[in-house]
Design a protein around this ligand. Structure first.
Ligand code: AMP
Length: 271
C-alpha cells in the first residue's frame, strides 16, 4: 500500500482516503463520493480494529460483508480498497500507541476506556500507510472527529481532515453498521434518538439556552421509549467537548443509548 501510495504521489496525484470498519452503508459511501470529487486517487480501507474494542464489546460479532463492501466501493469508483489483517497492522513486538489526552477521557472515552487510544493509533497507522492528502470522516462519530483533528494537528501530520454531515434514514435514525443488530421492535424505537435531538434543537431555536432544561427535554423524549436505556445526554462546546451550562456559542448535543444489547450514539450541532 505504501509503494502504491508513493507512486500516486510521484505522479502528482492527490490521494483521498476513507477509513472504515466495513459493512458499508450510505454514510460511508457519501464520504467516498466526496473523496472521488475532490481527489485523483481514492483509497478506502476496511479494518475492524481490535484495539478500539473493550474486552466485553462486540469485536467478534461486529458485522462483516467483504463481498458486498467490494461491490459498494466499486459503485462509487474507489480506486484502491485496502483490507489489512490484524496481524499485518499489529505485527510489531513492542506496543506503540497514540494517545490524545483530555478529550479521549470524557463521554465515550469514560464509558469505553482505551477506545480513543485504539482509534488514534489505528488512524495514525493508516495515515502513514495510505499517505493521503485528504482524509474523510463522518460527524456521526463526533468525539472521534475531535480526537483525530487534535492528533493530526498535535503531531503535525500532513493531511487535511474533512468532516462530513451525518447521513440518516428517512425516520431520522443515523446510519450505522451496528443498526443491523437491532430487532424489529428496537428498530421501531430507535428514531426516538433523533426525535430527542430535534426537540432540543427546537427549544434552542425558541430561545432556550440552559443546558439542564435542554437535556431534560431530550431525556423526556428518550424515556418515552421503554426499550431505550440512556448512557449519557450531554451538551458540550463543539471543539473542546467541555460540558456547557449555558449555550452561547457553537454547542453540540451528544447522546449514547442502549437499545437491547446494541449501543448507539448520535449528535447534533446546535447553532
Ligand atoms: P465506521 O465504519 O463505523 O468506523 O465508520 C467509518 C467512517 O464513516 C467514520 O468516519 C464514521 O464517522 C463515518 N460514518 C459512519 N456512519 C455515518 C453516517 N451515518 N453518516 C456519515 N458518516 C458516517
Amino acid at each position: 500500500m505504501q509503494i502504491l501510495a508513493e507512486a500516486q504521489r510521484r505522479q502528482g496525484r492527490t490521494i483521498g482516503f476513507v477509513p472504515t470498519m466495513g459493512f458499508l452503508h450510505e454514510g460511508h459511501l457519501t464520504l467516498m463520493r466526496s473523496a472521488r470529487e475532490q481527489c485523483d486517487t481514492v483509497v478506502a480501507s476496511i479494518f475492524v480494529n481490535p484495539t478500539q474494542f473493550g474486552p466485553d464489546e462486540d469485536y467478534e460479532r461486529y458485522p462483516r460483508d467483504e463481498v458486498g463492501d467490494r461491490r459498494k466501493c466499486e459503485s462509487v469508483c474507489v480506486d484502491i480498497l485496502f483490507i489489512p489483517t490484524a496481524i499485518e497492522m499489529y505485527h510489531s513486538p513492542s506496543a506503540v500507541y497514540v494517545i490524545v489526552e483530555g478529550v479521549s477521557d470524557i463521554l465515550e472515552g469514560k464509558i469505553r476506556p482505551g477506545h480513543f487510544r485504539g482509534v488514534a493509533t489505528v488512524v495514525a497507522k493508516l495515515l502513514q500507510i495510505v499517505k493521503p492528502h485528504r482524509a474523510y470522516f463522518g460527524q456521526k462519530d463526533y468525539q472521534q472527529c475531535i480526537v483525530i483533528k487534535r492528533m493530526v494537528s498535535g503531531i503535525n501530520m500532513d493531511v487535511e481532515v474533512n468532516i462530513l454531515p451525518i447521513v440518516r434514514e428517512r425516520d431520522g435514525l443515523a446510519l450505522s453498521s451496528r443498526n443491523s443488530y437491532l430487532n424489529a421492535n428496537e428498530r421501531r424505537a430507535a428514531p426516538a434518538i433523533y426525535r430527542a435531538l430535534s426537540a432540543a434543537e427546537q427549544l434552542v431555536r425558541s430561545g432556550e439556552k440552559e443546558s439542564e432544561k435542554l437535556k431534560s427535554a431530550v431525556r423526556a423524549v428518550l424515556e418515552m421509549e421503554p426499550l431505550i436505556a440512556i448512557d449519557y445526554v450531554e451538551i458540550a462546546d463543539h471543539e473542546s467537548l467541555e460540558p456547557l451550562v449555558i449555550i452561547n456559542d457553537l454547542a453540540v448535543i451528544l447522546i449514547a443509548v442502549h437499545l437491547g444489547r446494541t449501543r448507539l450514539i448520535d449528535n447534533l450541532l446546535l447553532v
